[in-house]
Design a protein around this ligand. Structure first.
Ligand code: ZN
Length: 532
């Protein structure tokens, strides 16, 4: 029941803690941390684990991702590059997947990027038909803004040759105008949702081997011990609750309940690993798809000013209602026009000078320019944002925003204004790996090597805080998690390098040796805690 960890570098992230050489874990919590001799003396009978100079950091927290979606895609055939270098390799993987996909489910692959394929184009329905004839198959693009369907899947989805493009999306077509199987944007999102829900209904997402467990294992391998699921609904909540009851949750899950599902999901703290105390609302669309609601127009096609899902009065009424019912409100807002509308709604419920006791949040906040950041800071708004977008989607932002792209995701300015910024990934939109986000918050390099907003680079310690202390605050859990301090839960990660000392470029190469939640290992790559 008692465990002492020593011979390690402790990065506690605690505010004014002295150097630590040992940590005592008792009953799932940190009982003591400090000088090694003092810690040992406090628990003479404890088991001692010496880590050979490895680094111990607080468990990492993803303040905004889509856990169920991560699990759904984890079960799909890996069709990513370079491991599947051409269309023939993708066909082989889908053929394999067909063999283990139960009848009635769609054969599913994911992770491809046409620009990385030898053919430098999307696969076609005909090529998917060759691999999987006679039953539906779907292949998701790595961006999750497009997918390819075979003929059976097109039929089941109700898409036919000669049909016009649906609202908010498009179909790929061959030279004769027939559907080539590629589906872009809105109909792709709808399909993804349908397929996810069908698989949860058919296979039971919370059972042993189900998608909640698959997602948890993937996140644990990245050192994540807590995550906000930004898309909690009736069926996904049931899956998380089932996994929780079966002891299969590898993270503490904080659900952001989709606003129209609030009546269908119980509100509150259900256990130490599952809570639903927040509501999710979407105010606008995305940046690289140019559906974020902005002032002015986009300099590149399809131009326009993006999409605002709710008028100011309607959004204000929703915020007022959820605030009165005790919910933390988390609103997706990317464009400056959307952020302005959200701040108006928050200003209507937050009494001047009373702060923001429920910690209402803005999710993403990409184009929160200085005047908006000043307003958000004055209201005490918390922002959950995604540094990892910079390397993975940053070149798309630069194309869509031109001169203003240096002002996107301006983490340093936001913090200087007084905003609490929490780190997150929005996975599976990009990888859930927080090492990528920490590196990008420090370096701000796009995939093409462009420096996006050089003045907004953060020191390594501030970058780490995004995914530890700040993310804990964003979930109302700073008294329990986010730093290594006596009394807090024993959520920590053992790394083979120290992110605060490493060259920032090398942070993603730092290995996760173990991930521990409440004193129990949920992931190990080396047998550090082999007896446990
Ligand atoms: Zn999201």
């Amino acid at each position: 029941m008692e465990l002492v960890i020593e011979d390690a570098v402790f990065v506690t992230m605690a505010e004014d803690a002295g150097p630590a050489g040992g940590m005592l874990i008792r009953d799932g919590r940190i009982a003591d941390i400090g000088r090694a001799e003092a810690v040992r003396a406090a628990a003479p009978g404890a088991e001692v684990v010496r880590l050979g100079g490895a680094t111990v950091i607080p468990g990492l927290i993803d303040a905004h991702c889509h856990v169920a979606d991560i699990g759904y895609l984890a079960a799909a055939a890996d069709c990513s590059q370079p491991s599947a270098p051409d269309i023939a390799a993708i066909q082989a993987r889908l053929r394999d997947a067909a063999g283990r996909t139960p009848e009635g489910s769609w054969v599913t692959g994911g992770g491809y990027a046409e620009y990385k394929l030898r053919e430098v184009r999307h696969p076609t329905r005909t090529e998917l038909d060759q691999a999987v004839p006679g039953r539906p198959a779907v292949l998701y693009h790595t961006s999750l803004h497009a997918c390819v369907l075979n003929t059976a899947a097109l039929r089941e989805a109700g898409f036919a040759d000669g049909q016009p493009d649906p609202p908010g999306g498009a179909f790929g077509r061959d030279s004769q105008g027939r559907l080539d199987g590629v589906v872009y944007e809105a109909p792709m999102f709808a399909l993804f949702e349908q397929n996810l829900r069908r698989d949860i209904a058919r296979m039971g997402g919370g059972a042993d081997g189900g998608l909640v467990q698959a997602a948890g294992q993937r996140l644990a391998a990245f050192g994540l011990t807590a995550a906000c699921d930004a898309d909690m609904r009736r069926d996904t909540f049931a899956a998380f609750a089932e996994a929780d009851a079966g002891g299969l949750l590898s993270q503490r899950i904080y659900g952001l309940v989709v606003h129209d599902q609030v009546g269908a999901v119980p509100q509150g703290r259900h256990s130490g690993r599952l809570a639903t105390e927040a509501v999710k609302i979407w105010a606008d669309g995305g940046m690289s798809s140019r559906t974020a609601a902005i002032h002015g127009t986009y300099p590149v096609p399809p131009h326009g000013s993006g999409i605002l899902y709710f008028e100011r009065d309607e959004l204000t009424a929703m915020v007022r209602d959820f605030d009165a019912r005790g919910f933390q409100v988390c609103i997706h807002a990317q464009g400056d026009r959307a952020i302005e509308t959200v701040l108006d709604a928050y200003a209507a419920v937050l009494a001047p000078g009373a702060g923001n006791p429920r910690r209402h949040r803005i999710e993403h906040g990409g184009a929160m320019y200085p005047p908006l950041a000043a307003r958000a800071a004055a209201l005490g708004i918390v922002v959950a944002s995604q540094p990892g977008f910079l390397s993975i989607l940053g070149d798309g932002f630069a194309a869509a925003f031109g001169d203003r792209s240096d002002q996107l995701y301006s983490f340093a300015s936001w913090q200087r204004a007084g905003i609490t910024v929490a780190g997150s990934s929005d996975a599976p939109v990009i990888t859930a790996d927080p090492r990528i986000g920490i590196r990008d918050a420090i370096l701000r390099r796009t995939g093409d090597g462009r420096l996006l907003g050089p003045a907004e680079r953060l020191p390594a310690r501030d970058a780490m805080a995004l995914y530890t202390t700040k993310a804990a605050f964003a979930c109302h859990r700073e008294s329990e998690i986010g730093s290594l301090e006596p009394g807090k839960l024993a959520d920590f990660v053992v790394l083979d390098g120290n992110p605060l000392e490493a060259e920032p470029e090398r942070i993603p190469d730092i290995g996760v040796l173990a991930t521990v939640v409440g004193g129990t290992p949920v992931y190990q790559s080396a047998g550090i805690f082999s007896g446990r």
